[in-house]
Design a protein around this ligand. Structure first.
Ligand code: LMR
Length: 278
């Protein structure tokens, strides 16, 4: 059994929150640069250039990449051989609070009915999974709501089949228009249950941008969806061109014979994510 102090977790989450707001990871930066290089639309190409410049300025001058510094989403893989000294949930929430306070990040979390801001950007949404070993992996994904609001969950009839899934994903992405700040990353969760499909869709966003599914038929479907979405020509911020989406990531899970859940979680071009292993 390995001991980890909750104060170490709190500090790590604080640092992840601040770093995520300012520094895009190489996967998304490279995807934006590659999109800029192959873009055929002049206006779309210019906007991609501005998005890359924005990311570089944010990192250099320690200004958030986007004014919407998001809801804090935390994914933890908690090693079964770890013993945490102190209160894990409190450490996670306090880490987010400190990150947003000390990083001067906009606090966007409010009560859903009264709309009163909690003033701390907490509570963050926390997902914890047990894993083998004596490490804790913490992933922080601040999620802006332009893209989150364009996400959806549907329970398709199984007879809809693969073609029904493809049609639905493309329809949702096109209906989203410029709202999720394209070029977007489309996370799709296929199967499981009502809540599992939504979670899979979000977890799909954690994969490095453009990394294919390890399952060949799913990878083929991801490629088809990306091609068909981009063929529609909505493009960067809805201004046309060939880059509506940078990637489609699909996670699948077996489901009931009478069910075909499809979760879609859309991510904007400011795809902020950070990870640490303790
Ligand atoms: O909350 C915001 O700043 C705006 C939001 O990210 C949006 O895209 O509408």
């Amino acid at each position: 059994m390995r001991e980890i102090n909750s104060s170490e977790i709190r500090q790590a989450v604080r640092d992840l929150a601040i770093a995520a707001a300012h520094d895009l990871e190489p996967d998304i930066l490279e995807a934006l640069l590659a999109a800029r290089d192959r873009e055929t639309g002049e206006l779309a190409g210019n906007i991609l250039e501005v998005l890359v410049a924005n990311a570089n300025i944010a990192s250099r001058d320690r200004i958030p990449v986007c004014q919407d510094t998001g809801t804090g989403i935390l994914f933890l893989e908690l090693g079964q051989e770890v013993h945490i000294r102190g209160d894990l949930q409190e450490a996670l929430q306090e880490g987010v609070r400190l990150g947003y306070e000390e990083g001067y990040l906009r606090k966007s979390v409010c009560d859903p009915l009264t709309r009163k801001n909690t003033g701390t950007n907490t509570p963050a949404v926390v997902h914890i999974e047990l894993a083998p070993g004596d490490r804790i992996t913490i992933r922080f994904l601040p999620k802006g709501c332009g893209s989150e609001n364009m996400s959806s969950l549907v329970m398709l009839p199984p007879a809809a089949g693969t073609e029904g899934v493809v049609r639905h994903v493309i329809d949702r992405v096109l209906a989203a228009g410029s709202n999720p700040c394209p070029p977007m990353i489309v996370g799709v969760g296929l199967g499981g249950s009502f809540e599992k499909a939504a979670l899979l869709a979000k977890k799909a966003l954690l994969r490095p941008v453009g990394e294919k599914s390890g399952r060949e038929d799913v990878a083929v479907l991801e490629e088809r969806l990306l091609r068909e979405i981009n063929d529609q020509g909505q493009g960067v911020h809805g201004f046309g061109g060939i880059t509506t989406a940078l990637a489609v990531h699909m996670e699948v899970f077996p489901c009931h014979i009478a069910s075909l859940p499809v979760g879609i979680n859309i991510q904007c071009h400011a795809h902020r994510h950070k990870e640490i292993v303790l």
